[in-house]
Design a protein around this ligand. Structure first.
Ligand SMILES: [Fe+2]
Length: 394
């Protein structure tokens, strides 16, 4: 998406004869969105990507709503969710609406299958872990703090290094992109944007697997998974070019914008989807006016629900919040700093916070699977300790 890129071998002109040294015609494939007019790439395969031996619906995926629709602030402790499993199949849905779903996973087993989400773009925030994302566009190494942007239909597989993984997955119905105001009319990120093209990592190594056999691909479509058996290795691309490919951006490459007095959340915006944004709250100097109140002021999120994932094991900004906590502050109720936090922030020089925020413009539903790890007292946590709020003890 961010810029034109090319990798491997290509014919000089599109849609022209392109053969292997053995004389076989390579199979050209356009992959992109919005029909033939959106961001797209052309890939050249050793074999046609269409040679499917069998299809089988293997799983329904249904995000069920919490039946309790009481309006209140909510808090979920992802550290208490079940651990283990697959990075693509063992994801716990937490929050969702028509535009986006937020899921969480702590996988420990690499997949044998290949995976393709044809229902949405994915942003996978790697809270912990490292490895390589294998894709048809080449290998994309990843590390802690990366946002992996995997547009819909991009076939991929996580090769996780043997270390703990925490993944926060955003499934977006719309195309994931850089915020419009960060780009000039020619598409380049402008000076003053909190990151530049140089911070965006894309596949640089293309490995062509010229191999026949049965290869399992799981495709998410129609609210479930379908297994396709392809008669050859799906990563048989010899070259590609275009604007459509997986890419990575590390949260530590986000350059925070600070001011003499408090800067509002839009300065932290990192990505744009349809109906939502993703923001990065990174370590930074605090406001430098002696009378500034660095803690955020109380605010009412009119027309938006606000979700924070607390991504640092070292920093707790709110009472009762733990590493891996997710808070939901919905439209309809003001929220703000906890008691004493505004006063305590005056004169503070810096924050070491690290958090990922999602703001949605339509109300979110809580998934039933999030309820076992909910802190049911969170909505009362603005009451002073001792007058009603008992912080969790474990
Ligand atoms: Fe807020």
């Amino acid at each position: 998406m961010p810029f034109y890129h090319t990798l491997g071998k290509l014919p000089r002109k599109r849609h022209t004869v392109f053969r292997s040294e053995a004389g076989l015609l390579y199979s050209e494939q356009l992959m992109g969105n919005e029909g033939f007019t959106g961001p797209a790439s052309l890939l050249y395969h050793v074999r046609p990507p269409t040679t499917i031996k069998s299809v089988k619906r293997v799983q329904d995926i249904c995000y069920e709503r919490d039946p309790d629709h009481t309006l209140k602030h909510r808090h979920f402790r992802t550290a208490r969710l079940p651990e283990g499993g697959s990075p693509t199949l063992d994801r716990v849905p937490l929050l969702f609406n028509q535009d986006v779903a937020m899921l969480f996973a702590r996988p420990d087993k690499n997949d044998e299958h290949w995976y393709r989400n044809s229902m949405g773009d994915e942003v996978v925030y790697v809270g912990e872990g490292s490895g390589v994302l294998e894709t048809q566009f080449g290998d994309l190494p990843y590390q802690q703090g990366d946002y992996l942007v995997i547009h819909r239909h991009i076939l991929h597989r996580f090769r996780m290094n043997q270390e703990a993984h925490r993944l926060v997955i955003f499934e977006s119905k719309g195309y994931i992109r850089t915020p419009r105001r960060y780009r000039n009319e020619h598409g380049q990120l402008v000076e003053g944007a909190p990151y530049s093209e140089r911070d965006i990592r894309i596949p640089r190594e293309l490995r062509t697997h010229d191999q026949v056999g049965d290869f399992q691909i799981l495709v998410k479509q129609y609210e479930g998974l379908t297994e396709l058996i392809l008669d050859h290795h799906p990563c048989d691309v010899v070259g590609w070019d275009g604007f459509f490919y997986p890419w990575a951006f590390n949260i530590n490459d986000f350059e925070p914008i600070v001011g003499r007095i408090h800067q509002p959340p839009p300065v932290h915006q990192t990505f744009q989807g349809d109906g939502f944004v993703i923001c990065s709250f990174c370590p930074r100097p605090f406001d430098f006016d002696p009378n500034a109140v660095p803690a955020p002021y109380n605010h009412s999120n009119v027309d938006s629900d606000e979700v924070l994932y607390y991504a640092s094991s070292e920093f707790m900004s709110r009472k009762g919040i733990e590493y891996g906590s997710i808070t939901l502050h919905p439209d309809g109720i003001p929220h703000g700093p906890h008691p004493g936090r505004a006063e305590a922030s005056i004169g503070a020089k810096e924050t070491k916070e690290l958090a990922v925020m999602m703001d949605t413009f339509r109300p979110l539903h809580v998934a039933k699977q999030a309820l076992p790890v909910e802190d049911g007292n969170y909505f009362r946590s603005w009451i002073e300790a001792g007058t009603g709020f008992n912080p969790p003890t474990s």
